[in-house]
Design a binder for this molecule. Structure first.
Ligand code: FES
Ligand code: FES
Length: 213
């Protein structure tokens, strides 16, 4: 038996077949995998009323939509950033009833009736929040990607200290809490800055804390 009889399809035939199949359009039967919904589907959406930066919004959302995606993709409030989408970087930090949360770890449907504040609601270019002004004054950023989350977190951190909420480094649980460098750095440890602007961020926070003492 010669080689042609043993292997009737040559390597050249295979290459030609492969090249042709790669140019074929994807057949609908293979494009729509079982369990995959098309973009236009509204079969599994639900009405959600959100109060964001003082404005009420009625949204029709997939109940699995995170608060972060609701803010960015549906309300187009893109100041809140998506870094890791896994609760590891703090870029998505927003305030809910004055408390900071990672918006990527929370579903939008959980926040009906809550007061949500994003970086856009803290201040405006004409009327900056004191923390925004302090970040600018102390160069508390470089690329700026983490900055909205840093500022929202910083605002909440000073509120936590003022309210006497202890942290991992609080030594005396009975004493009045001060906004020490150690307290602020520990509380800000969930907000990662790849540009390493940490010292400047701490200076900005210290200035705001001093102005409120
Ligand atoms: Fe939410 Fe990183 S995007 S913690
Ligand atoms: Fe660039 Fe923080 S300023 S990641």
């Amino acid at each position: 038996m010669d080689q042609g009889e043993q292997f009737p399809i040559t390597r050249r035939d295979l290459l030609i077949t492969g090249a042709v199949s790669a140019t074929l359009p994807v057949l609908p039967a293979f494009a729509a995998q079982p369990g995959t919904e098309s973009q236009g589907s509204t079969a599994n959406t639900t009405q959600v009323a959100l109060n964001v930066n003082g404005t009420g919004h009625a949204l029709d959302l997939d109940p699995r939509t995170t608060l972060l995606d609701a803010l960015r993709e549906h309300l187009h409030l893109t100041g809140t950033k998506k870094g890791c989408d896994h609760g590891q970087c703090g870029a998505c930090t927003v305030l809910v009833d004055g408390v900071r949360i990672n918006a990527c770890l929370s579903l939008a449907v959980m926040h009906e009736g809550d007061t949500i504040t994003t970086i856009e609601g803290l201040g405006s270019p004409d009327n900056l929040h004191p923390m925004q002004a302090a970040f600018i004054k102390h160069d508390g950023y470089q690329c700026g990607y983490c900055t909205p989350g840093q500022i929202c977190s910083a605002v909440a951190v000073l509120g936590e200290i003022k309210a006497g909420v202890p942290s991992h480094v609080t030594q005396d649980l009975t004493a009045t809490l001060d906004a020490t460098n150690m307290e602020m750095r520990e509380r800000m440890s969930g907000n990662i800055c790849r540009c390493g602007a940490y010292s400047n961020i701490a200076e900005a926070m210290a200035e705001v804390a001093r102005s409120r003492a």
